[in-house]
Write a protein that binds this ligand. Structure first.
Ligand code: SF4
Length: 351
């Protein structure tokens, strides 16, 4: 029997998730008196929507803030500023009982399935206890029966529920992580590099399982990944991050057919061409990603951007809408919505 749900009815016009100006900085302390000497600016003003039934991929190099953004959205880390609206509720402002009910509908699948599963608990305990805690199973026997059904749903034998995490392979452990995430019948799951620790052959199986569950259970995903092949396979929309800020946000189709931001174009140039025998011209970015403790002035990408011009170091670009639902943060689109090609160079030497 389902627990009473204290949530208001869903406003059909509101997106399932709306992120507005999300900020998360981590202070850095030093010395005996733990004086704050700076902060890691992990996420700086991120905004996007995720519609019910949609998969949004969040991509970028390691250290771009995508994992922090996912955790701040779920309030596993407390954001410093901004709003996260889920089912129309402003999460930080929601009363405790509403927040608790909302949390049930927002789950996460971690990158490392082993460290995210308690080694001292059986799978029946790991997956079953939350069911009882949230009132989705009245008794232990009821929880056990639900766990067995979930095990089969994720492609594992029901009898495995009495085993411990170390008795499973990496792919099987990730299936258990998925069973735990879907057990509470959520609307929304953050998949944080959910397949990147797995062998390539197992990755495909787990991705297909996630796609099947999305259809069957009506889920919506925020898929955090550095793998653009995965993005193309399962995302409806993509958010590209660089040093904690949005570079580009659009549909997967538009991103792969006509990427606008120079950083997105450089990322995509590394993806193999879909037609056999054809190769893309690779754009090699100079240098490494700068430190998020002291990000570059102006456009954070200017130290590596082949199209950078003097204004880029001095002034932070605004977000420009270049087509319906297609947002780019770059000075080159200031009053211009035509695609700029990183390989052809900046029009008029930049703006
Ligand atoms: Fe490159 Fe300047 Fe655009 Fe930044 S604003 S991406 S540095 S052209």
């Amino acid at each position: 029997m389902s627990a009473p749900d204290p949530l208001d009815p869903l406003d059909p016009s509101a997106p399932l998730l709306r992120v507005e100006g999300l900020v998360k900085h981590f202070p850095i302390f030093k010395g005996f008196f733990r004086r704050q000497v700076g902060s890691v600016r992990a996420v700086d003003g991120l905004s996007f929507d995720l519609a019910r039934g949609q998969t949004v991929a969040m991509v970028g190099e390691s250290g771009c803030g995508k994992t922090t953004a996912g955790r701040a959205i779920l309030r596993l880390v407390e954001p410093d500023a901004g709003h996260v609206y889920f089912r129309g509720h402003d999460l930080p402002a929601a009363p405790p009982e509403t927040l608790r009910a909302l949390r049930r509908h927002m789950q996460i699948i971690f990158q490392d399935p082993f460290s995210s599963l308690n080694p001292r608990q059986t799978i029946a305990q790991i997956v079953g206890r939350p069911l009882q805690l949230h009132g989705l199973a009245a008794t232990e026997a009821e929880a056990e029966a639900q766990v067995k059904t979930l095990m089969e749903k994720v492609g594992l034998q029901a009898s495995y529920s009495t085993r411990y995490p170390h008795e499973f392979s990496g792919g099987q452990r990730q299936r258990i992580g998925i069973a735990r995430a879907v057990a509470l019948r959520p609307d929304f799951i953050v998949c944080d590099e959910a397949v990147s620790a797995l062998d390539v052959s197992v990755q495909a199986q787990v991705l297909n399982l996630l796609l099947d569950l999305k259809e069957e259970l009506g889920l919506s995903y925020l898929f955090i990944t550095h793998d653009l092949g995965v993005v193309k396979h399962l995302a409806d929309e993509v958010v590209v991050l660089y040093l904690g800020q949005l570079c580009e946000r659009t549909t997967t189709k538009a991103l792969f057919s006509a990427p606008r931001h120079p950083y997105t174009q450089a990322l995509l140039s590394a993806v193999p061409h879909p037609e056999p025998g054809r190769a893309r011209k690779r754009v090699i970015l100079r240098g490494d990603v700068p430190s998020p403790i002291a990000p570059p002035s102006g456009c954070r990408f200017h130290t590596r951007c082949p199209l950078a011009h003097p204004r880029c170091a001095a002034e932070a670009p605004a977000e420009h809408t270049v087509a319906p639902g297609h947002v780019v943060r770059c000075h080159l689109y200031d009053g211009n919505s035509a695609p700029v090609d990183i390989l052809a160079g900046a029009p008029n030497g930049g703006r």
